[in-house]
Ligand binder design. Structure first.
Ligand code: NAD
Length: 487
């Protein structure tokens, strides 16, 4: 596929922002030259989206017909899963197992929202006079979707599918480092009969293209996934425009091991929770709280297993920990660890890039575990977005809840315990949008997802995911044949 062209209002054209390189983080090689959008391209995409979303062909399309297009997109993604997975592994460094799962999740997302759309009802409300009242939902028009680099096709689908199901047009801006798969997705969508102009894919810098989409007067809602700093900036612009936003932001999620936990299960889950995706996950379980009574027995076992994880390119079926998205990001992760060590943290494993000719050109970093710092240390409070875990002991439930909730974030949490009522009680006390008990990082498109505190605003997924991209309208139908008494 030619990635030098971008998808603007149904047309493949050279981006007016020039060209840039997409680099494979496993070895630094060039994956593709890629087009970059300009602010003029944003104007064209929004204009095409406004026209297409208002066109009776789309606006009046019956839900089951719209659902058929969405289901076809889901099937097309699934049929193309190997190509998507290979492309995404080259662009992001992730393992093929993970990129395959992300592509299948994107396919499932389109099919889920197709099914949800078919079963959506409007409400006839109780009248209090001689009229019939109903509450209906209508599309917003053009929705801007801005996504991060850590799981491109899945987060793209999570925004595009419900927004299209709701009857909108979507202008998608993927992350700079990982735009290839979003352009590929646009090709698949285009081939499934989606009317022209309803989807644009505009790769480019967030501060220029993302910002232009957010500020554009024709854009009626922003769906954003990314860092908290960017989210706050977008929310400020949205406040000026009085525009709704959905923000899926960062995290520093606590994982908790109670003294009665199944140790093998907990260790496997904790390693997966922090080191899969090389820790580049908003929900990564990056703060580990272990009951002090088992701390000395538990932590060495965890460290031994972490140090034995297999590092390698995403293309190898042996690999558990793949490269990070870029050497720039890897160096930022390394700098976090250096600062923590300088501030007094103890290094239990990792703390460096692996050496050897197979790693030298790649963005690799060893799974790293730190300890010996209090929960208010910078390393326990800042999101690192890399394979770095910090371990802390706790003494009793009150101390645990106080420490676990002492963070600006509130995205997710994990609890490992055989005592289900106790784990449930604890789950209800944690300030987080998602809590896993005896599992971690499991997702269902039918289960709403959103962050508390500085981890986000609003929820995505679930049946209400379509409604979130609509505007509610009440209609009163008068039943009297004579004038209103006042007149
Ligand atoms: P980022 O905030 O730097 O960028 C996210 C997207 O926003 C990119 O497409 C970027 O180009 C764009 N952007 C940047 N500045 C912008 C601006 N001023 N206006 C509009 N758009 C702008 O985040 P990232 O580094 O790509 O991704 C990592 C972050 O994403 C982490 O903080 C992670 O926790 C978060 N994340 C959250 C979730 C979630 O569901 N809560 C999921 C994945 C990632």
């Amino acid at each position: 596929m030619d990635f030098t062209k971008i998808f603007v209002g149904g047309e493949w054209r050279e981006g007016r922002g020039g060209l840039t390189d997409s680099i494979d983080p496993a070895d630094g090689s060039l994956v593709a030259r890629r087009g970059v959008a300009s602010v003029d391209d944003v104007d064209d995409a929004v204009a095409a989206g406004l026209q297409a979303s208002a066109d009776p062909e789309w606006r009046n399309m019956l839900p089951h017909q719209r659902a058929r297009i969405l289901a076809r997109i889901g099937d097309a993604i699934e049929a193309d899963v190997e190509a998507i997975s290979a492309l995404q592994t080259a662009d992001t460094g992730k393992t093929r197992a993970e990129t395959r799962a992300l592509a299948l999740s994107a396919a499932g997302t389109f099919r889920y929202f197709a099914a949800a759309l078919e079963t959506m009802d409007e409400t006839l409300t109780s009248p209090r006079g001689s009229y019939l009242t109903m509450s209906v939902h209508e599309p917003i028009g053009v929705v801007g979707a801005i996504t991060p680099w850590n799981s491109p096709i899945a987060s793209d689908a999570q925004k595009i599918a419900p927004a299209l199901a709701a009857g909108n047009a979507v202008v998608l801006k993927p992350a700079e480092w990982t735009s290839l798969v979003s352009l590929h997705l646009a090709r698949l969508v285009e081939q499934q009969g989606l009317p022209r102009g309803l989807l644009s894919v505009l790769p480019g810098p967030g501060s220029v293209i993302g910002d232009a989409i957010v500020r554009h007067r024709g854009v009626g809602k922003i769906l954003f996934t990314g860092g908290t700093t960017t989210g706050r900036r977008i929310a400020a612009v949205a406040a000026e425009k009085l525009m709704p936003v959905s923000l899926e932001l960062g995290g520093k999620s606590p994982t908790i091991v109670l003294e009665d936990a199944d140790m093998d299960q907990a260790i496997a889950g904790i390693l997966f929770g922090i080191f899969s995706s090389s820790g580049q996950s908003c929900i990564a379980g990056s703060r580990l709280f272990v009951d002090r009574s088992i701390y000395d027995a538990f932590v060495p076992r965890l460290v031994e297993r972490a140090a034995a994880l297999r590092i390698g390119p995403g293309t190898s079926t042996e690999t558990q920990v793949a490269p990070l998205v870029s050497t720039i990001h890897r160096d930022q992760v390394a700098a976090h660890v250096e600062r923590a060590l300088a501030a007094g943290a103890t290094l239990l494993c990792g703390g460096e890039a692996p050496s050897g000719p197979e790693f030298d050109q790649g963005a690799y970093y060893r799974p790293t575990i730190l300890a010996g710092v209090p929960n208010d240390a910078v390393i326990c409070q800042e999101e690192i977005f890399g394979p770095v875990l910090v371990v802390l002991p706790f003494d009793g439930e009150e101390d645990l809840v106080a420490q676990a909730n002492d963070t600006v974030f509130g995205l997710a949490a994990g609890i490992w315990s055989r005592d289900f009522p106790r784990a449930y009680r604890l789950a209800r006390r944690l300030e987080a949008g998602t809590v896993w008990v005896n599992t971690y990082k499991q997702f269902s498109i039918s289960t709403p997802f959103g962050g508390w505190k500085e981890s986000g605003l609003g929820v995505e997924k679930g049946r209400d995911g379509i409604r979130a991209h609509m505007r509610q309208k009440s209609i009163y139908l008068g039943l009297d044949s004579h004038p209103l008494p006042w007149a």
